[in-house]
Design a binder for this molecule. Structure first.
Ligand code: ATP
Ligand code: MN
Length: 474
């Protein structure tokens, strides 16, 4: 077929993605490839282009023989430009690649002026690339991160779907501000420079779009419980918004959360599921994103693969908050924030337990009720609740969850004690009024998981378009 008339290459020859081109059976055939030029180098006889099309971290080498191509025709083939090449795929003599394309035709889609293309050079810092967030997906690093992120999202759906969980979509705009998980972004169509007022001078929200104050959700859990107490086992996977002004490498103002919620699960079932779930995601990434993980390991984090495999092959340590606090106090270590029973653990405490004391992921349970949300199941001791936080090396808290308080009276008492308005809560309390069941759930911050799997250290680098205080440009 093609070999019969090598000169007359069909115009509509099917494009091969670079991720598929390293297939040995393709050697010797004519191929059509399209992508962005990473580099061009060479001499006056031959020019080499490293081509990438985003399908893989691997570049394809294109060889331009200057007896077939004029130097002029290659002048605009610079870093960042986009091209279409056809030619024969042959085994490569050069180091570092198994095959290369001997170019026969070249079509230039778009130039990228070397004077102004921001990613002209290799080896930009991650800080620099954050300023160029609109173009950084074109780099090898961000290509890898984004492919891993996509694979993890798929793994999450696969895990839950194969277990018979149902994907439930909870609202992004909510009227209840009682989740207590963080400050909220208000949603309004009222004119901010001319607010309607009631007689006593307050903002008249009856004139607002929903007739009441609304905000972007900080968690889908409360609605998730409505799903779980009907469908049995559900999970959410969607964006959440927190207006907390915490400029840390682990917090975003807009992040994605996975929140499974399960009827008839107690805290132990909940911990078992959380552990199985994160291990599944990590092992999926190791199996399906090997090149990307190895690339990131080589450039950023030499121990990455080892750390991922370590987490896979070890049981998470389970202990109570009280036991954790005792270990921290006995450690003799000087922490920036002192530890005492009743205080919330800081990231430095969580990481001490995980990285220095146990050297394994840790699940801490039974936290003081005062530092946890109202919906957590109250323990017999009257002081603690059946909470569970999963703590990871380098990350700290990756999952927060609990068995939920299923008893109507106890839940109501706690809501009243905290002064949470009933207008926000009546529908939630109905789950306990009608056919209440023991149930549990947790929330995994998707970007924290992507941080762990990629070995990156700043959460701004694992979401395509990070939203943080003072940053919503791209
Ligand atoms: P932290 O103590 O780290 O601020 P949290 O206790 O406020 O977290 P939860 O309300 O329990 O977090 O949310 C569940 C999960 O969502 C957390 O375990 C974490 O993985 C993730 N998460 C929480 N806040 C953020 C944020 N601002 N950016 C990214 N992920 C977050
Ligand atoms: Mn938490």
């Amino acid at each position: 077929m093609r070999d019969d008339n090598p000169i007359d290459i069909p115009v509509e020859m099917k494009r091969t993605k670079i991720s598929e081109i390293f297939e040995p059976s393709l050697i010797g055939s004519e191929v059509s490839v399209k992508g962005w030029v990473r580099t061009r180098r060479g001499n006056k006889n031959v020019q080499f282009v490293a081509l990438n099309d985003g399908s893989t971290v691997r570049n394809l080498q294109i060889v331009f023989d200057l007896s077939k191509f004029s130097e002029d025709s290659l002048r605009a083939v610079t870093t960042g430009s986009s091209i279409h090449v056809t030619g024969r795929l042959v085994e490569s003599m050069g180091k570092g690649q198994s095959c290369e394309v001997q170019a026969e035709t070249l079509e230039l889609y778009g130039t990228a002026d070397p004077e102004s293309y921001p990613l002209q050079k290799k080896g930009h810092t991650l800080e620099f690339l954050r300023e160029k967030a609109h173009l950084r997906p074109r780099t090898a690093t961000f290509g890898s991160i984004l492919r891993i992120r996509s694979a993890l999202a798929f793994a999450i759906h696969k895990f839950f779907q194969e277990k018979g969980f149902f994907y439930l979509n909870t609202p992004l705009i909510t009227a209840s501000d009682c989740e207590g998980a963080g400050a909220m972004f208000q949603v309004t169509t009222l004119p901010l420079n001319n607010l309607p007022k009631t007689e006593d001078g307050a903002v008249d929200y009856s004139k607002d779009f929903f007739g009441k104050p609304t905000a972007l959700t900080v968690s889908g859990q409360l609605e998730g419980e409505l799903g779980a107490t009907a469908l049995g086992e559900i999970y959410t996977f969607g964006p959440t918004f927190r207006a907390e002004n915490s400029n840390t490498p682990r917090h975003l103002s807009e992040f994605w959360m996975i929140e499974p919620e399960m009827a008839f699960y107690d805290i132990t079932d909940n911990m078992d599921l959380a552990e199985e779930f994160v291990k599944y995601c990590i092992s999926y990434a190791l199996e399906n994103c090997r090149h990307d993980i190895e690339f990131l390991a080589e450039h950023f984090d030499k121990e990455l693969v080892e750390r991922l495999e370590f987490v896979l092959h070890n049981d998470f340590v389970r202990l109570t908050y009280t036991e954790g606090v005792e270990i921290l106090k006995a450690s003799g270590k000087k922490f920036e924030f002192p530890v005492d029973w009743g205080t919330d653990l800081q990231s430095e405490h969580e990481r001490y337990l995980v990285e220095e004391h146990f050297k394994k992921p840790v699940i801490l349970t039974d936290y003081p009720r005062e530092i946890k949300a109202f919906y957590m199941k109250q323990n017999e001791d009257g002081r603690t609740v059946r909470a569970m936080d999963v703590l990871f090396p380098k990350i700290g808290e990756i999952i927060g969850g609990s068995e939920r308080e299923a008893d109507y009276d106890k839940l109501l008492a706690r809501i009243e004690e905290l002064g949470i308005p009933m207008k926000d809560m009546w529908w939630y309390l109905d789950t306990r009024r009608f056919g209440t069941v023991p149930h549990s759930g947790f929330g995994l911050g998707f970007e924290r998981l992507v941080l762990f799997v990629t070995g990156m250290t700043n959460i701004r680098d694992v979401i395509p378009f990070p939203r943080t205080p003072n940053n919503a440009e791209f």
